[in-house]
Design a protein around this ligand. Structure first.
Ligand code: AMP
Ligand code: MG
Length: 362
């Protein structure tokens, strides 16, 4: 199968530009499309054959459910048993946007979407191309991220092409994704409400509406919560580039010392080293900055930006993280060393993805 890419201007596309994508989806195909979080691999939720193709194309385990994407609130009632008042408030505030909410599913939603669960995860994407595609198809679209299972999620059309060329017929190219990580998945049926997966909408933003919300697995006081099975997707290897990722944690001084030590260990074995440098105030040791064979990528740092006194820019790191991990693979490095950041705001999703990608955390 040949994989075609159609480039769209996110601010100037027309219905005609989406005709081929809609035609393919109506005829049981799955396609890659942009969202504000990461690229999705979409199928109509009403077509079991195309839903199966999603799992096959990605090599995704069948017990890892998909997120249902809607373009309008009119699409919601048919998918769910009820819309509780507290969820309605969240929809009003955060949709369209990167917040996925669990609902009790209706009969319309097949087990192929929910992997047999009684709940369905739903969101309304902010990306105009994504919403127009759903609107033109006239049916909700089930979509996981459009990467091969286990790899970093795709944040531009070339990432999708590299993973799925020859496997899917079409990718809509709408440029780079604004957020660069997946949506936040929340469950407000539990008490306290839980963030099952940190993502585009931050904990701090959600606390404005749900003051007692907690992050799954972070609350050390509640053992029962710790031991409860989490969202199905989280038990699988995720976000891993080919090269092992080593995540350096601690104070800036500790990270700097670990950087030098880890670098020297790998250098001794003649390894090709990649470094993702995220802090303005962490000076790279001279021997690293002068080593032409080591790939140092700064992420979210503009050293000339004197007005901004922050040590790092978590939103920029989030936006570029998956692309940098993929870039490192293209450069065929043997190891990727990454400087950890604090878990405040966007840092929570960044660190969640890095911890899952990591082969070793130092
Ligand atoms: P992806 O679209 O690749 O980001 O994966 C979708 C994520 O949503 C996975 O982590 C799933 O486990 C999670 N998810 C989807 N549906 C449900 C559900 N009904 N209950 C809990 N988590 C879900
Ligand atoms: Mg995914």
């Amino acid at each position: 199968m040949e994989t075609k890419i159609i480039s769209l201007d996110p601010t100037g596309f027309t219905r005609l530009d989406l005709e081929e994508a809609v035609y393919l989806m109506q005829n049981g195909e799955i396609i890659g499309f942009p969202t504000e979080t990461v690229y999705g691999l979409g199928a109509s939720i009403l077509n079991p054959e195309s839903l199966k193709k999603i799992y096959l194309a990605k090599g995704r385990p069948m017990d890892n459910p998909l997120i249902v994407h809607i373009s309008h609130m009119d699409m919601l009632p048919a998918l769910v048993k009820q819309i509780p008042e507290r969820i309605s408030i969240l929809c009003d505030r955060y949709w369209p946007g990167p917040l996925t909410i669990l609902f009790e599913k209706s009969e319309l939603v097949s087990d192929l979407v929910t992997a047999g669960l009684s709940t369905v995860a739903i969101r309304m994407p902010a990306n105009e191309i994504a919403r127009a595609l759903i609107r033109e198809l006239g049916e909700p679209i089930a979509a996981p991220s459009a990467n091969s299972s286990g790899k970093p999620s795709p944040t531009n059309a070339m990432h999708v092409f590299n993973d799925l060329k020859g496997i899917i017929p079409l990718i809509l190219d709408g440029g780079s994704c604004d957020y660069g990580v997946e949506s936040t998945v929340i469950d407000v049926h539990s008490n306290p409400p839980l963030i099952l997966r940190p993502g585009g909408i931050t904990l701090e933003e959600l606390q404005e509406v749900l003051p007692n919300i907690q992050v799954y697995g972070k609350n050390q006081k509640d053992k029962a919560l710790e031991e409860k099975p989490s969202t199905p997707g989280l038990k699988y290897t995720h976000y891993s580039p080919n090269a092992p990722v080593i995540l350096l944690t601690g104070t800036n001084e500790e990270i700097q010392a670990k950087l030098q030590k880890t670098y020297l260990q790998y250098k001794e074995n003649q390894s090709k080293i990649g470094i993702i440098h995220t802090h303005k105030t962490i000076e790279l040791p001279i021997l690293i900055s002068q080593d032409q064979d080591t790939y140092v990528h700064s992420l979210g740092i503009n050293k000339n930006e004197l007005i901004d006194s922050q040590d790092f820019n978590a939103a920029l790191i989030q936006q570029g993280l998956f692309a940098k991990l993929r870039e490192m693979d293209m450069e065929n490095v043997d190891v990727i060393i990454v400087e950890a950041i604090s878990e405040k705001k966007e840092g929570l999703a960044v660190m969640n993805r890095l911890q899952k990608a990591a082969f070793k955390i130092l």
